[in-house]
Ligand binder design. Structure first.
Ligand code: TYD
Ligand code: MG
Length: 454
């Protein structure tokens, strides 16, 4: 029988150590070492190095082959994956519990009719999955469901059913008998994903792992998972809103700036193909102060979002600053710029800022719409609903250039905007005669203020 011993693992990076240390020697994090009982390494444990010796090659000698990809039924998912699921890849879908990871994967696998898929569920019973499938309204006989938490049994199921795609929901519930510690611990997660990675690489079958994210936002402690897998997709959103965003954090086969937007409804997830529509409020006939429309880029896709601000006289000594969907430090910086450049006594005002739709944005081109919303609320004058803005604000109040301006202008035009306010000099080399939208250029915060409110 294999001898048991204790090992300490860092819950941040997965580094192991034979004895306890206060600070992880690998990632430098304090107090992250956790004790786990492991059996002395048996012959079954993995080594990722291959047995046969490979010959080093020149780059020019290497044959370029297009990885075969399995097209996913959801276009948004396909785009985030970089054009489909690559054969032999290990993809991790992470997100907070209850955000809709299982729904997303089940809905997609149930719509692929041409492939045999093995869906391992360690969290839900077969009946629960059936209820969910009924709710989504899809039944497909190519998908085999196995409720299993033992890695060895899972490998046996894989051997028996010879699937063309495997889903493991979730990696934190499965455990290998070779390791003493409980499912979800660093060493289990590491061992199980390494075994599945080895299987994916050897067989060419893509494996999708679902993983929970802890409060700090990392995928259940072990960052180990992130560097083992080929792609990490994060499913996020505010539970109080229906919208869910699928973001790629790492992708060996595609861009990481892509984004997919879904809406959770009664019958599962629905793709949102025109995000601008969902993010703008619909009372467009009425012009209200404190609202400004900005054009942002997420991934390669531009869309319109609405910044809403409320400025009121501070009732108590310290004014309140409440921000949803935007970086609060950045808003404070923008307020300081306004104070200095436009002479607003914002220190005596409460400022509330909200990005409509529950989206979190961090595009600096939204600085201009955000200060416009704040100023609009402050002077109580509305900004026309058919005007949108983009521009980064510098510390001295200058409006700086934004990336991919042409794409932003085209999108604004397509969505029926009549005017767009952009940073001056950003138009160099751009053929403005192509656009019918009116383009206004500003170079300073003061100038933008005059343009909007006088
Ligand atoms: P789920 O996929 O179980 O989340 P995860 O796997 O990330 O933990 O989704 C859970 C939530 O989604 C649950 O609170 C119910 C809701 N939901 C709907 O609103 N509509 C639906 O059609 C389905 C299937 C789930
Ligand atoms: Mg789930």
């Amino acid at each position: 029988m294999a001898k048991e011993k204790s090992m300490w693992f860092c819950s941040e990076c997965g580094n192991d150590s034979p004895k306890w240390v206060g600070r992880c020697p690998s990632c430098g994090a304090w107090n992250t070492m956790v004790e786990e009982r492991v059996k002395a390494k048996s012959s079954k444990s993995i080594s990722l190095s291959s047995r046969s010796l490979s010959r080093p090659q020149k780059v020019s000698e290497i044959e370029a082959i297009d990885e075969p990809r399995i097209k996913m039924p959801s276009k948004e998912l396909n785009r985030v994956l970089g054009g489909g699921l690559v054969a032999g890849s290990l993809v991790l879908i992470g997100g907070e519990p209850g955000i809709g990871k299982s729904t997303l994967v089940l809905q997609n696998t149930l719509s692929i009719r041409s492939k045999r898929i093995l869906y391992i569920s360690g969290e839900e019973s077969a009946t629960q999955l059936k209820m969910r499938a009924d709710r989504i309204g899809r039944v497909c006989d190519n998908v085999l469901i196995a409720c299993e938490t033992s890695l060895d049994n899972i490998m046996k199921h894989i051997e028996d059913t010879k699937p063309e795609m495997v889903v493991v929901d979730s990696i934190q519930t499965i455990a290998s008998d070779d390791i003493e510690s409980a499912a979800g611990s660093v060493s289990q997660v590491r061992e199980c994903s390494a075994r599945l990675l080895k299987y994916a690489k050897e067989s060419g079958v893509p494996v999708i792992l679902i993983g929970h994210i802890n409060k700090e936002g990392s995928i259940a402690g072990p960052k180990v998972l992130e560097h083992i897998v080929d792609a990490v997709l994060q499913f996020e959103g505010d539970r109080h809103y229906m919208y869910r965003i699928l973001r790629s954090i790492k992708n060996r086969f595609g861009s990481t700036s892509e984004l997919g937007i879904y809406e959770m409804g009664q019958k599962g997830l629905r793709e949102v193909t025109n995000p601008s529509e969902m993010l703008l409020s619909h009372n467009s006939d009425e012009e209200l102060s404190g609202m400004a429309i900005g054009i942002t880029l997420e991934g390669l896709r531009p869309f319109l979002i609405e910044a809403q601000a409320l400025v009121s006289t501070a009732a108590y000594g310290t004014p309140q600053r409440t921000v949803t969907g935007f970086d609060s430090k950045r808003m404070n910086m923008l307020l300081a710029v306004l104070e200095k450049r436009v002479g607003f006594k914002l220190a005596q005002k409460d400022v509330f800022l909200n990005i409509a739709g529950g989206l979190k944005v961090n595009d600096t081109a939204l600085d201009l719409p955000i200060i416009s919303a704040i100023l609009s609320s402050n002077v109580d004058m509305a900004i026309p609903r058919d005007m949108c803005l983009c521009g980064e604000i510098g510390l001295s109040g200058e409006i700086r250039q934004v990336t991919r301006l042409e794409q932003r202008i085209s999108e604004a035009e397509k969505l029926g905007m009549k005017t767009i306010v952009i940073p001056r000099y950003n138009l160099k080399g751009v053929d403005t005669s192509r656009y019918s939208i009116e383009i206004k250029e500003v170079a300073k915060v003061e100038e933008a203020f005059r343009l909007l409110f006088s």
